[in-house]
Design a protein around this ligand. Structure first.
Ligand SMILES: [Zn+2]
Length: 303
């Protein structure tokens, strides 16, 4: 079975040269996935921008209206870290819709991947840390609204804590949030997820794997869940500019395979979102992001 992959060319919005955020990685990732035969313009699933009403089920309607109306305060823009342009708003809306499409396909096929998303620092009332809207939260609220959705797990393996996701779902019995991250990284004031595992600076493949096993075992005991979202950020790599861990590409592959096999073993539909990655070498960064797609396709073939 072909892995459902969601992509839109406008996931990449123009930013000025030298901006910290490696926006061109979305185009490079698409190119890598096409070269590998994992997707193409005829097969990738293309989202339409999420509506204001849909996003406002996961965020403060006033905040959402200010984003849509290009009316954010200077402080709100500073906290997000992107220029407040129409194209940035469009990509944020597309990423939300893309994660929702991926989730719908995951419920059908078992696994699906979005080539964007994982904007886990966006909170109910504001964006932060290169995240305008929390795409996973928007997708979960949309599915919950349709009814019939059982408990959901969010498995966040980006090197940064999923603080926005933790805050949005704090006290929500329908969503279990788990985050495996570096303790010394942004955000410096951590939120409380249902499960947090923080690794010390410099942790490598073996330490990471042990922590991941612990996390998955504990999530497994909290279930059963009707579906899970997996933030497959690759900023855990040793060369990453913003991460503080020292994983290798083999370590990232082992992580992705472990999460995929863990979900498959219990028949848990898994929606993979891209998450962070900040290598200066965009092409190398794209090959790192491609790993979860390769492993997801292989997992579907084994199923
Ligand atoms: Zn990150």
């Amino acid at each position: 079975m072909r892995l459902p992959i969601v992509h839109h060319p406008d996931y990449q919005a123009p930013l000025h040269d030298g901006h910290t955020f490696p926006m061109s990685k979305y185009g490079y990732l698409r190119d890598v996935l096409v070269e590998q035969g994992l997707t193409g313009p005829e097969t990738w699933l293309t989202p339409a921008p999420a509506s204001e009403a849909m996003i406002a089920r996961a965020h403060d309607p006033g905040y959402v209206a200010r984003v849509f109306g290009a009316d954010l305060t200077r402080e709100e823009v500073r906290r997000i870290g992107y220029p407040h342009t129409e194209r940035v708003t469009r990509r944020s809306r597309l990423a939300c819709a893309g994660t929702l499409i991926a989730a719908r396909f995951a419920l059908e096929t078992g696994i699906a991947c979005n080539t964007a998303g994982g904007s886990h620092h966006a909170r109910y009332e504001h964006g932060a840390g290169f995240c305008v809207f929390n795409d996973v939260a928007v997708a979960i609220r949309a599915l919950q609204r349709e009814g019939g959705l059982g408990p959901v797990a969010v498995i966040d393996c980006d090197v940064h804590q999923g603080d926005g996701t933790a805050a949005i779902f704090c006290g929500d019995p329908g969503v279990y949030t788990a985050s495996l991250h570096a303790s010394g990284n942004y955000p410096f004031d951590k939120e409380k997820s249902d499960l947090d595992i923080a690794l010390p600076d410099g942790s490598g493949d073996a330490d990471y794997r042990a922590a991941l096993d612990t996390m998955l075992d504990r999530i497994g005991r909290e279930g059963p869940f009707s579906m899970a979202f997996y933030n497959a950020g690759v900023d855990i790599h040793g060369d990453d500019r913003l991460g503080r861990l020292t994983l290798t590409e083999a370590g990232i592959r082992a992580r992705d395979r472990r999460v995929l096999e863990w979900a498959q073993a219990q028949g848990l539909p898994l929606t993979c979102v891209l998450g962070g990655g900040y290598d200066r070498d965009r092409r190398r960064l794209a090959t790192r992001h491609a790993i979860v797609f390769e492993e997801a396709q292989a997992a579907l073939q084994r199923a």
